[in-house]
Design a binder for this molecule. Structure first.
Ligand code: COI
Length: 353
């Protein structure tokens, strides 16, 4: 691979693998690559983790022209290193780029560069159960100019963070607040792209939910505020009367790779699964008549997180007595088993570094 590598001479001490939390520690190296309109992407390099210096007028600061991805590297019992469907993240990065008027990247090249970075940082992949090395590729617009137009200069970086579970609850069910005031995305907006603004715009609602004792908000559709969309850090699934349902990708929901994998797994397990519109009223009725059997969220960071309670307009829906459902548990075990190499992968999802 045509890539410059500068290794650090001062390695950091590794954090306690049982106390990682999410995204608090960073490894010794990073990947970085420049873009200029006249040159295309150039000078890919792996260098010691370091601060970057940007002009105060860099477009990303003013107009939010930026995209990101999230994936993980896993350590197997026999010390191999696995990635889970990384080609899908590269594909989605370019989908986000397209939406944000950022030039596309060479997906195959970036995946090879990412593998090199992981190989250099392999000692940072934590050994503890339920941990992994979170990989955060992202692109920022760096041209110093205040006109609202696509930047002529960008930086693409990949940083790595050893992580445990995303939620403080760990593998215990989270409580989710159904958001009624604010919306996350509308069709034609940026909801299907992984871009910073979607997350910034969600903070206000999340703060409100958090004050009421809820971990995250469940977003409703931006037009009627009637149909369930996603949580922001995860897609959502409900088991209603034996069938698993998840909101259909409608042009404002993020196309989650874990979401897609769970749909494949359910089909493989011969469990009925449907992608369709789901109103919050339907969930409420299903809860009232006892057919809302399980609820969980899916995401790279969140993995599979059981949902133990939904609150809609101060009406509480406790799901499965606030405990992890048996299907949720089975899906968690199968998915994480495939990811960490302890369960065979019938789908060809695993890529060895
Ligand atoms: C991920 O699951 O990787 C994400 O990007 C969600 C993020 C909000 C932590």
């Amino acid at each position: 691979l045509n890539l410059t590598i500068v290794q650090t001479t001062t390695k950091k001490e590794k954090p306690d693998p049982n106390q990682l939390g999410f995204g608090k520690y960073f490894t010794d190296h990073m990947f970085i690559m420049d873009y200029a309109t006249e040159k295309g992407w150039y000078d890919p390099r792996i260098v010691p983790m370091q601060n970057i210096s940007l002009h105060p007028a860099a477009k990303v600061f003013h107009y939010g022209q930026t995209v990101f991805e999230g994936l993980k590297a896993y350590r197997t019992k026999d010390n191999r290193i696995l990635l889970f469907r990384p080609d899908k993240n590269m594909e989605r990065l370019n989908h986000s780029n397209e939406r944000l008027s950022i030039p596309p990247v060479d997906e195959e090249f970036l995946l090879e560069a990412l593998k090199q970075l992981i190989a250099i940082e392999k000692d940072w992949i934590p050994p503890a159960e339920g941990t992994s090395l979170y990989i955060r590729p992202y692109i920022i617009a760096t041209e110093p100019a205040l006109g609202v137009s696509p930047s002529n200069h960008y930086l693409l970086m990949i940083i790595l963070s050893p992580v445990g579970s995303y939620y403080a609850e760990g593998i215990h069910p989270v409580k989710i607040y159904v958001e009624n005031q604010y919306v996350r995305a509308v069709q034609g907006g940026t909801g299907t792209a992984k871009t910073a603004g979607n997350y910034a715009a969600g903070l206000k609602a999340q703060e409100g939910a958090s004050e009421k004792g809820y971990s995250q908000v469940l977003w409703l559709d931006g037009v009627e505020k009637k149909y369930v969309e996603e949580v922001g850090s995860m897609n959502v699934f409900f088991k209603i009367n034996g069938e698993v349902v998840t909101p259909v990708l409608n042009g404002s929901i993020l196309n989650g790779i874990t979401r897609n994998s769970i749909i494949h797994l359910l089909k493989h397990m011969n469990i009925p699964v449907a992608e369709r519109k789901i109103s919050v009223e339907e969930l409420y009725q299903a809860h009232a008549n006892g057919t809302l059997e399980e609820a969980f969220g899916t995401g790279t960071a969140a993995v599979i997180s059981p949902i133990g309670e939904l609150n809609w307009q101060d009406k509480k829906m406790v799901v499965n007595n606030g405990e992890t459902g048996s299907l949720t548990k089975e899906l968690y075990d199968t998915l994480t088993g495939i990811q960490n190499g302890s369960v065979s992968d019938p789908f060809g999802w695993i890529v060895e570094v």
